[in-house]
Design a protein around this ligand. Structure first.
Ligand SMILES: [Zn+2]
Length: 167
């Protein structure tokens, strides 16, 4: 499976669209962040991350220049899981702006993901305040009679909402 990246630069903002998996090497690790003030990563086409990828992501993220903000969009479930489980996976300056939440229909056995956005379906904890999640209502698999619900254990998948940022 090929990995690729689409990179655009505007002033000091770099936007990358990452494709494929994050393993020993990822084109993301090669992106020059010299004088970059904001790094925007679209992860909608990332399918998985393996254990070497996790290690290298952490090593890479430690070298992100101080003052360079990072925004993650459409973070796939496999990466959300790592953020929940691996301390230090999500760099201090990074914000998960949207995530993919797995959905499942029992009747059709249909699996898919829905995008949850920061400030809409979830709020991050800040200071003393805990983060919250509000699942959208009336989500359908395509058939009206079915129940289409999140296929995650909320306390596990949304654990990252409990990470408090200093206010
Ligand atoms: Zn269904």
């Amino acid at each position: 499976m090929a990995t690729s990246i689409k990179e655009t630069r505007q002033d000091n903002i770099v936007t990358v669209e990452l494709n494929g998996y994050i393993g020993e090497n990822s084109p993301l690790f090669e992106v020059s962040l010299h004088r970059v003030e904001k790094l925007i990563i679209d992860m909608s086409k990332v399918n998985y991350i393996n254990s070497v990828g996790i290690k290298n992501w952490i090593l890479w993220s430690r070298n992100i220049p101080e003052g360079c903000k990072m925004e993650l969009y459409k973070v796939p479930p496999s990466v959300v899981t790592q953020i929940n489980q691996v301390a230090g996976f999500l760099p201090q300056q990074a914000v998960m702006c949207s995530i993919q939440v797995p959905y499942y229909c029992d009747t059709c056995s249909k699996e898919d993901t829905r995008i949850y956005e920061l400030g809409k379906q979830y709020q991050l904890g800040q200071g003393e305040k805990e983060g919250t999640v509000h699942h959208p209502e009336g989500v359908q698999c395509g058939k009206e009679e079915c129940t289409y619900t999140t296929d995650v254990l909320e306390s596990k998948f949304f654990k990252f909402l409990k990470f408090h940022k200093p206010s």
